[in-house]
Ligand binder design. Structure first.
Ligand code: SF4
Length: 188
């Protein structure tokens, strides 16, 4: 199976009840050879409607942060989510929904082979790094797991709700830029 076939299979997935309320499966977007993979928790309303990750107001903010460190989802990074279908009313995805969907992300990881995974927000960090991960204390730090570097920063939607955290998020992206320069071969 190649990456395109993986996507086609995912687009018709019915492994968990979120398939009943979704409009579109949001598989992910970006460069297939990306060395940096961003992972959010799940699609919101705009993402569900368009079938692309981070396309609403929070997506525009994310794109600004990416641009600031010379990343671009059409060129040198990839963006995906823990769950590929929108949870109703934007509630947190349930543990069983995350568990059902995680194999898709694992397969994406297997094809893309990123050097760095950046978790966007608490849910992604707790799913990918550690169940008790504390985003306000541990954001911007790198953790090595199985040869891949993991880092978490605030979810862009949280930054829109709480703009006081924007400088901290910006410094996380500056730290990320330095780490990319250190460990990535072709991102820049
Ligand atoms: S959330 Fe994931 S596991 Fe559930 S139906 Fe959508 S793609 Fe399948």
């Amino acid at each position: 199976m190649d990456f395109a076939e993986l996507k086609q299979e995912c687009l018709v997935c019915r492994r968990c009840p979120l398939c009943k309320t979704r409009t579109n499966v949001v598989f992910g977007q970006g460069a297939q050879d990306a060395e940096v993979l961003f992972v959010g928790e799940g699609p919101g309303q705009s993402e569900d409607e368009k079938g692309q990750p981070f396309v609403g107001r929070s997506g525009q903010l994310l794109d600004k942060y990416l641009f600031a460190i010379d990343l671009d989802r059409s060129r040198n990074c990839y963006i995906a989510n823990i769950v590929k279908c929108r949870p109703p009313q934007n509630r947190d995805p349930l543990p069983e929904e995350r568990e059902a969907c995680m194999p898709w992300l694992r397969e994406q990881f297997r094809f893309i082979r990123p050097k760095i995974i950046v978790c966007l927000g608490r849910i992604a960090a707790q799913s990918m790094i550690r169940p008790d991960f504390a985003i306000t204390k541990e954001h911007g730090q790198f953790f090595e797991k199985g040869g891949t570097l993991f880092m978490a920063t605030f979810h862009p939607a949280a930054l829109l709700r709480n703009p006081a955290q924007k400088p901290e998020a910006f410094s996380d992206f500056a730290v990320l830029r330095d780490k990319i320069r250190e460990v990535c071969g072709h991102t820049y």
